[in-house]
Ligand binder design. Structure first.
Ligand code: PDD
Length: 286
């Protein structure tokens, strides 16, 4: 069930394009020692960037929140160059960006003078046919920190939650905080209840997903009501549809949710999710 991943042919590191086995950072880089860095994953549909400005704005927000002084928008041309250099103008691809605070002698005190480490590369993604997938998922306690709005490279809690799901034969792990669903380990989460779309409000408990915002916009355009309010696990009896969204996930319906070894939800409908998928495909591929 684990997707096969390959290294890219080259990466941009601090001003140079290098082969992965030539690209090195200091062992004192704070992203290595503290997870002190921010990242983004942005999508290019056949060479055309999707909501690039929104991604760069979110990157800037995260950098500002942890006080890394760096202009996220200065990376725009490099992202296009990455797609070009990897010859991905006619494919679906993504660009990974990582801005680390940089290297300094290990200390909880952030050095006054420090140079950011910039890593960026393009890689192909298999998106086609996402609309034919369904995911069986599990739900567990959200063990992440209280600033999930910051797209930090410190993803251990997300990785552990995902790994737990994969090891048990599921596709994703939906995270629950005090009985309320927040989001998936690597996706945003939506519920349909009495024809109304529900999703956790923005704030420190979730990542402000770019695909999430697009789905909310599509709902608004289609006159589908959206309530940005967390859904409690006990409300699942009233839920008709569940779906997750994300840059590399797109929009995927959830067929079942298992919580503490019990099936707590199975699909009742899929019509609204299907409609959103169709409009999303039209807009992203237009
Ligand atoms: N993950 N929530 C979490 C915790 C995520 O990691 C992601 C995406 C999302 C969806 O956000 P967006 O629609 O902006 O991709 C929500 C990326 C793709 C990753 O970490 O690789």
């Amino acid at each position: 069930m684990k997707p096969e991943k390959k290294y890219p042919a080259e990466v941009y590191l601090n001003g140079k394009w290098l082969k992965p086995d030539e690209a090195f950072i200091s062992v004192f880089d704070r992203a290595f020692m503290f997870g002190d860095g921010i990242y983004e994953v942005t999508l290019f549909y056949k060479g055309k960037g999707f909501r690039l400005k929104e991604h760069l704005k979110r990157l800037q927000y995260s950098l500002d929140q942890i006080q890394i002084a760096f202009d996220a928008f200065s990376l725009e041309n490099l992202m296009l160059e990455a797609i070009d250099r990897a010859d991905l103008n006619n494919a679906d691809a993504a660009v990974y960006i990582q801005v680390s605070r940089g290297a300094g002698p290990r200390s909880h005190f952030i050095p006054e003078k420090i140079k950011t480490t910039i890593l960026l590369y393009a890689f192909p993604v298999a998106l086609e046919g996402f609309e034919n997938k369904t995911w069986e998922v599990m739900a567990t306690e959200d063990k992440r920190w209280h600033r999930c709005d910051i797209k930090s490279t410190a993803l251990l809690a997300n990785v552990m939650a995902n790994e737990e799901a994969i090891a048990a034969g599921f596709h994703e792990n939906l995270l629950v905080r005090k009985g309320y669903f927040t989001e998936g380990s690597h996706s945003s989460l939506f519920f349909v209840k009495y024809g109304v779309v529900h999703t956790h409000p923005e704030g420190p408990e979730i990542l402000s997903g770019i695909t999430r915002a697009e789905v909310i916009k599509i709902c608004t355009d289609l006159n589908i009501k959206v309530i940005e309010k967390a859904v409690h696990i006990d409300e699942l009896v009233e839920v008709e549809e569940v779906f997750v969204t994300g840059t590399t996930t797109q929009i995927i319906p959830i067929s079942s949710i298992t919580h503490k070894d019990k099936t707590v939800y199975t699909t009742r409908k899929d019509s609204l999710t299907k409609k959103l998928q169709q409009v999303f495909i039209k807009r992203t591929r237009a």
